[in-house]
Design a protein around this ligand. Structure first.
Ligand SMILES: Nc1ncnc2c1ncn2[C@@H]1O[C@H](COP(=O)(O)OP(=O)(O)OP(=O)(O)O)[C@@H](O)[C@H]1O
Ligand SMILES: Cc1cn([C@H]2C[C@H](O)[C@@H](COP(=O)(O)O)O2)c(=O)[nH]c1=O
Length: 432
């Protein structure tokens, strides 16, 4: 009995922590990934009704009844998974008349303060939508906001609903005001140690926290436990080949292995293959920790093999960080962290290769190669094809990673030409 009470009070504390700071958050609603989000804040005081406010209200509230839902538990694993579940539920359960947008809530300049959620505009004011959303908050992992206007329609308020016992109750109400656009896209607040991990321990900790809800984590952790920490390179060179899908990495790495009589490794390593699909289905916090640990396990193999021969690696840290950053950062290419941002730094405890080559291919040629190959695509690969902006973001993030930075090669020419150019680079950088 006392254990159950403890659990309940812990849960209340977890929920309260995010909730108590709710009214000091800024909100960003993403209407179009190519434009800036629409920012708003909350106020206990009646704000002045001016033109900026009415433009904001038009954008937010002219498309029918509006709602928002956020996953609010303090447990980061539970929050990330609840958000994913919420997305799936909303996509499948909301009526067609609803517009579903991402709505993030954050404290400007406070790292890891970002809470993800959704803003829903229901053009047909379906009564069922509100009931369905109220049902959702029953689980206590979420809270729901409804939006109401003053009688003259000049002001709007956000009402927060939370489950109290058997009732879904209104627990707070604030005016909505315009908020200034922050200096950096708010998604940058949650990059470090949320989608990009800079040490073995940080990635390891995430999977440890998942042991209960994802039993496969234990097996991945066991493999990670076996790898030697801070493994260092042997006397032979280590060459990493990076690039978007279908830029020719497999083709080139196989040729290099033959010519240099080296070992060919990849990240994530083969020993993790059986769990890859399982972790690909998890939210970024968990999925990216899996890939990060994959690099440390690969590093162990690289250390061993580079004592015997040159080592060629098909994808490594650059891929892990570039895909994570590009997926997480909303908005345009300009929203990416600036070139010298700490998000592009190399983890201090990860074995550093001698040379990293980034293969770039003209988009039309890449599309031709993807089509010619015709194998099954991951969701990300499909997105890369469909979404030119995402492709540019991944490639730009690759180019910004430092120490070691990658050497960019145009891999659009023939296989033979690409190979000889990379061999020249290897000679220059690795004394081979
Ligand atoms: N230089 C080249 N010119 C023309 N076709 C190429 C060249 N390099 C590779 N290809 C072809 O493009 C396709 C993709 O190449 P490959 O599998 O080597 O890419 P990849 O980068 O390893 O892809 P992924 O990351 O998705 O595994 C293959 O059909 C391959 O034969
Ligand atoms: C290594 C690594 C890969 N990914 C993603 C990026 C692509 O969508 C696929 C490509 O993998 P493949 O094995 O080369 O076909 O996986 C990632 O997100 N993070 C990583 O560290």
């Amino acid at each position: 009995m006392s254990i159950r009470l403890n659990c309940l009070s812990n849960m209340a504390r977890r929920l309260n922590c995010n909730f108590s700071q709710w009214s000091s958050r800024v909100f960003a609603a993403e209407f179009d990934s190519r434009c800036d989000p629409v920012y708003f804040a909350l106020s206990a005081q009646t704000p002045a009704a001016d033109e900026k406010q009415s433009l904001l209200f038009q954008k937010l509230f002219s498309q029918g009844k509006a709602f928002s839902v956020h996953a609010i538990t303090d447990d980061r694993i539970q929050r990330a998974r609840s958000y994913s579940d919420l997305q799936d539920k909303l996509v499948s359960a909301l009526p067609k008349s609803c517009n579903l947008l991402q709505l993030i809530a954050f404290h400007p300049d406070v790292n890891n303060s970002l809470v993800k959620g959704f803003f829903i505009q229901d053009a047909l004011n379906n009564a069922g939508t509100e009931n369905m959303l109220k049902d959702l908050v029953k689980s206590e992992e979420f809270h729901l906001c409804t939006y109401v206007s003053s009688e003259d329609g000049k002001l709007w308020q956000q009402c927060v609903w939370s489950q109290r016992g058997k009732e879904c109750t209104e627990v707070a109400k604030h005016y909505i005001t315009v908020a200034a656009k922050p200096e950096y896209h708010p998604s940058l607040l949650n990059i470090i140690n949320t989608v990009v991990y800079y040490s073995f321990e940080d990635a390891y900790r995430v999977l440890q926290e998942c042991k209960e809800c994802i039993p496969e984590s234990k097996e991945v952790l066991e493999l990670a436990d076996q790898c030697i920490k801070n493994s260092t390179k042997g006397r032979f060179p280590v060459i990493v080949i990076e690039g978007l899908d279908a830029t020719g990495k497999t083709t080139l790495t196989q040729s290099l292995q033959e010519i240099l009589r080296g070992a060919l490794l990849r990240s994530p390593p083969g020993c993790l293959s059986q769990w890859r699909a399982r972790f690909d289905a998890e939210p970024p916090l968990i999925r990216r920790a899996f890939y990060a640990l994959g690099n440390y396990i690969s590093a162990c193999d690289i250390a061993r093999e580079s004592a015997k021969s040159p080592v060629i690696v098909d994808r490594y840290w650059h891929s892990t960080a570039a895909y994570a950053i590009a997926t997480e950062v909303g908005g345009t290419l300009e929203s990416l962290p600036s070139s010298h941002s700490e998000v592009y730094r190399w983890p201090r405890d990860l074995l550093t290769p001698d040379l990293v080559v980034l293969l770039t291919v003209r988009p039309e040629e890449r599309a031709r190669r993807l089509l010619a190959r015709g194998v099954e695509k991951t969701r990300e690969e499909a997105e890369l094809e469909a979404n030119n902006l995402f492709r540019q973001k991944v490639e730009e993030a690759y180019r910004r990673i430092q120490d070691p930075a990658c050497v960019v090669i145009d891999a659009s020419p023939s296989k033979e030409e690409v190979l000889s150019e990379v061999l020249l680079l290897i000679q220059k950088h690795c004394n081979l």
